[in-house]
Design a protein around this ligand. Sequence first.
Ligand SMILES: CC(C)(COP(=O)(O)OP(=O)(O)OC[C@H]1O[C@@H](n2cnc3c(N)ncnc32)[C@H](O)[C@@H]1OP(=O)(O)O)[C@@H](O)C(=O)NCCC(=O)NCCS
Length: 159
Amino acid sequence: MEKIIKLNKKHVEELGLIDYESEHQGDRERNVTKDSMKKEIIGRFHKKQEVFFGYKKDNELIGYVTLKPFFPGYHHCEVYWLAVKKRFQGQGVGRKLMEFIEKYAKKKGFRKVCLYTGKDMIKTRGFYEKIGYNLINEFPGYYGFLTGNTTAVLYTKEI
Ligand SMILES: CC(C)(COP(=O)(O)OP(=O)(O)OC[C@H]1O[C@@H](n2cnc3c(N)ncnc32)[C@H](O)[C@@H]1OP(=O)(O)O)[C@@H](O)C(=O)NCCC(=O)NCCS
């Protein structure tokens, strides 16, 4: 059985695992661990800036997406996070999570979804372009990483 559910603090362990198993480009060179990912997620729940939704297959959370219901501009919002476990990538889960969050944002009265991703995240950029996101700009030094490429690209889609 597959469904998308709203997530809460009780899911931090599973969310950390999704991030760890999504093999986000660049994580390995930055020495990211399961524990550091979990801590980051706990911090994000504390801030209360994001709404979290997860994709559940049978009894396992295999992907998640989050929305920040604010972004500069007229009725803009931001997809802040998206990740699918590596072994479930390429099966339409990312697309379904994005379709879900776009519908959710539209229902809440937003007219544009914005998102940042790494300039050198070629696969991820290909995915967003495939599902209708347009490149707006790039921001050198957007990310605070100490190593690797810190330039972000901004994409938006009208919903
Ligand atoms: C990016 C990510 C979320 C995509 O999720 P996914 O479940 O693998 O993607 P889907 O299977 O839903 O792909 C949707 C469509 O995009 C296409 N697509 C996927 N990757 C693509 C690429 N690199 N270039 C072009 N198209 C691509 C697929 O072919 C599919 O098209 P189709 O429906 O016509 O077959 C996933 O790969 C991931 O978690 N990556 C690591 C973490 C990450 O980069 N997160 C985003 C940070 S901002």
